[in-house]
Design a protein. Structure first.
Length: 527
């Protein structure tokens, strides 16, 4: 059935991959009139991304994907770093949840994309047009004029904001003449996905073998992925011949029984756009940045982009905040994307050395760290990724997040309400919140400040660690006292913005003044 294309939308998203559909789902929750277009007739039915960190899980929970009964995930318990004899030099434990979710879970990307599109169907304000191509666009200042094509029909439509989620070769970015600088890895990697692994392990491995570095991760069900370095002397025509695959996957069974579902050669890049915004046009996901896969953060970075930008667009379109808040998208996301790329390159530096001398030095350092007690057979090497933050460069982030407890995500623990134990995101909505422990933050705001706060749809939330307090609808019980340290036993309050970033952490005495200063900075429309 042919869909009716309207003349005007508030937001148009080009590209219906994971990043574009995540943005559309969040905008849908805010009831923003959104059109998503994609030149393909359907999802690309091959797995590409396979890993999701706890922050990605938090965003997927927001849009309803984690609760989708059709979705299947595998939680990863441990990542080994193996030498050429397949002995573990060290490992990283990933079984302990962080912010409520497994540190790493794997998925089948086609299933994830289907789930994201199913979630979009639940928003009447979101429309998806497939087999639809963006032919041209013109930013007119007050909005963007677009020419789109479906089959032989061409339409001219308008939107206030255009989101380019159109991939690493983004035509939108190219038309805007925005640079896309960085590195291309000199060696390709071969990707092998199988459907029938006889080893149902929930552990992954980096084989740091100088002869042929490789990575493997289990997927949901019996799926498993391998990635192998393509050596300079390799014959591309021989790479995927059954006898070569059998040699690479020896120890896992007969290649015919493994049911290879995908074979591909990829070139890895580390690039970021010079800017993420040009007036009313924004770059998200691979259109803005691409990262090597070694840290598993490529798709996650696009989801963070969507989470960062969507609530800001909603607040501006609803006249709750001034358009200047949109300037923070680039200033918050670009530095962090750069840090994620550098971290992935660092992990690559551990995995990739193919010179025996360099690899030997690396292995000696790893063994020395073991002798010093940093890791052992039972103790995982402490590895940490670049966490989601809005604090700018690395040094600035370390100082602000550690000393001031702001610019990072509000920690997620289980809270009790109406005798139900739920993660905090289920109980604290996607709005601005002042959160206090055992106190009502509204009691410490002037009438004028409270009026400004409410104009931004700001809310107050009360967490209590007192199990004997009389039941009140607004109280969220922290049974284990996990928030006690953050709130300094109730002496401090925390201001959280819609994407769960903590933007203020202050005393009761300073709340009114600091909140007004923040509302000025973010562009509250009520003075």
């Amino acid at each position: 059935m042919t869909q009716i294309i309207k003349k005007n939308y508030e937001v148009v998203i080009v590209g219906a991959g994971p990043c574009g559909t995540t943005a559309a789902n969040i905008l849908g929750k805010y009831n923003i009139d959104t059109l998503v277009i994609d030149k393909e007739p359907d999802i690309v039915n091959i797995p590409r991304a396979v890993g999701m960190c706890e922050e990605g899980s938090r965003i997927m929970d927001l849009v309803g994907v984690l609760d989708d009964p059709i979705m299947d995930f595998r939680l990863i318990n441990k990542i080994h770093f193996l030498d050429k004899n397949q002995d573990s030099l060290f490992h990283a434990d990933t079984y302990e949840p962080n912010n409520g979710y497994s540190i790493i879970r794997t998925f089948h990307q086609p299933d994830l994309e289907k789930s994201l599109r199913r979630a979009m169907d639940g928003h009447d304000c979101v429309q998806l047009l497939t087999s639809t191509e963006l032919i041209d666009f013109n930013d007119k200042g007050e909005g963007v004029e677009l020419t789109i094509k479906q089959g032989d029909e061409t339409s001219v439509i308008h939107c206030q904001y255009l989101l380019a989620c159109d991939g690493a070769s983004s035509p939108v970015r190219k038309k805007l003449n925005i640079s896309f600088e960085g590195d291309t890895y000199p060696q390709d990697w071969m990707i092998i996905d199988i459907e029938n692994s006889p080893v149902l392990s929930s552990e992954g491995a980096f084989t740091i073998n100088p002869e042929r570095p490789s990575i493997t991760l289990p997927g949901p069900g019996k799926r498993r992925r391998w990635e192998f370095v393509v050596k300079e002397h390799d014959d591309p025509e021989m790479l995927f011949k059954p006898e070569n695959l059998q040699e690479l996957l020896k120890g896992w069974g007969d290649i015919e029984d493994l049911q290879v579902s995908r074979k591909a050669v990829y070139t890895f890049h580390a690039r970021t756009a010079g800017q993420y915004r040009a007036n009313n046009v924004f770059l998200l996901g691979d259109a803005a940045h691409i990262t090597p896969p070694f840290a598993g953060q490529g798709m996650m970075a696009g989801m963070r982009d969507a989470h960062n930008l969507a609530w800001k667009l909603s607040a501006v379109l609803k006249n709750q905040l001034k358009p200047k808040v949109l300037e923070t998208y680039q200033s918050e996301r670009l530095p962090q994307s750069y840090q994620v790329i550098k971290f992935a390159q660092y992990i690559g530096g551990v995995v990739l050395p193919q010179n025996n001398l360099v690899a030997g030095i690396r292995n000696s350092i790893i063994r020395l760290l073991g002798l010093l007690g940093v890791h052992s057979e039972t103790k995982g090497m402490p590895l940490d990724k670049v966490h989601n933050h809005i604090n700018g460069n690395y040094i600035k982030c370390r100082i602000i997040s550690k000393i001031f407890n702001t610019g990072v995500e509000f920690p997620q623990h289980k809270l009790v309400k109406d005798n139900k134990k739920l993660l905090s995101d289920k109980l604290i909505s996607e709005d601005f919140h002042i959160i206090g422990m055992n106190i009502n933050p509204a009691h410490y705001l002037s009438e004028k400040t409270l009026s400004r706060w409410r104009s931004m749809l700001g809310k107050e939330t009360i967490i209590t660690d007192d199990k004997n307090k009389p039941e009140q609808e607004e109280l969220l019980l922290d049974e284990k006292g996990q928030y006690k340290k953050l709130f300094k036993s109730g002496k401090n309050l925390v201001v959280v913005r819609p994407d769960k970033m903590m933007v203020l952490h202050c005393t009761i005495k300073n709340l009114d003044k600091k909140l007004n200063k923040y509302m000025d900075a973010v562009g509250c429309t009520l003075s």
